[in-house]
Design a protein around this ligand. Sequence first.
Ligand code: ZN
Length: 357
Amino acid sequence: MLQRFWGLLLATGGCLAGVEAADVRISKPEPDQVVRSHQLVLSGHAVAEDGPNMVSISRKLSSAANSTEIAQAMLDGNGDWTATVPLVPGTQLLVVTLAGATDQILVTRAGDAIGRQPPQKVRLQWVNGTDEKQQVDRQIRLVAERTLDPPPAEPQLSAFVDDVKGRVRQLFVERFQGVANLVVVDQDGPDVHTVNFLATDDGLFGQSPFDCGSVSRNEATEVHVGTYRRSMSNLGQWKPMQRGDLPSVRAEDLARCLARTAAHEVGHSLGLVGDPAVPAWKCLWMRGCEEGHNCFSITDTFDIADRFDDGWYLMDSGPRTTNRARLGEEFESRRSLVRRAPVFNTFNRSYLQIVHP
Ligand SMILES: [Zn+2]
């Protein structure tokens, strides 16, 4: 009788607030994790009114693909279930069902070559060549001089340069805190990655070698401060920046941008994000696109994927990153009370936890 009652409600589009005929939830692991093992322990909770006491777990290789049942699990007296399921290489959707209720989760089995690496030491180097055009300090000063009204005078300009550099270091450390075991150092060495902040103005905000699995320690990344200086001279593209901003606000603006680019480029050198269109880079199982970035179109394959966010995820591509995300500002129309930090997405973080725990 109860079954028929539920059926009637569902058939007529009826709904009882807070009560469902059946419910199934996956509680572990967290969504969109990268794992090394070839099988995964999946667990959760389920309830069904007079229904079956066994959940079915199936795999799909895309949201639209047919599903293949890979395991079943009995509910215990509390409605909890646990199953060990085999994983195929790459990303797969695991779907748990019970009496018409479903929950699903993305899981990615990493390539077998991925493993734990020593902590990555990183040196932030501000490069001042002998030629004025090669002086990164001058580029930083020009941002203040050309985007502020009134332009700051000495010694404010020197303080501006120091503020930007100090803040970049802090923000860079914050981006990796709790994400990957990176250690910022002051001296070069065979196991030190150097981030060179250059005066370069070439249309690129930065570049870095791609290193699947983060197997090389002694690489170099570039951040092109001259490109930022030129771009910011077109202030209308950098709202909510305004000419009347205080120098301290502009220092924070520039520091946010430079730290973001440094973290993004170092991310490439740690192995983010493998791209099937560039087989030579390996790590193709990461399914990046646009030359090694979080793929905006991953939702075409897996509709629940949360890997791209217009630049609020650090490994989103440059052309798809808004200047607001670079500044950490939520709105173009006004300053936020507290700036928002861009982050590595869950998928990127769980990879980094494997290589640099
Ligand atoms: Zn990039």
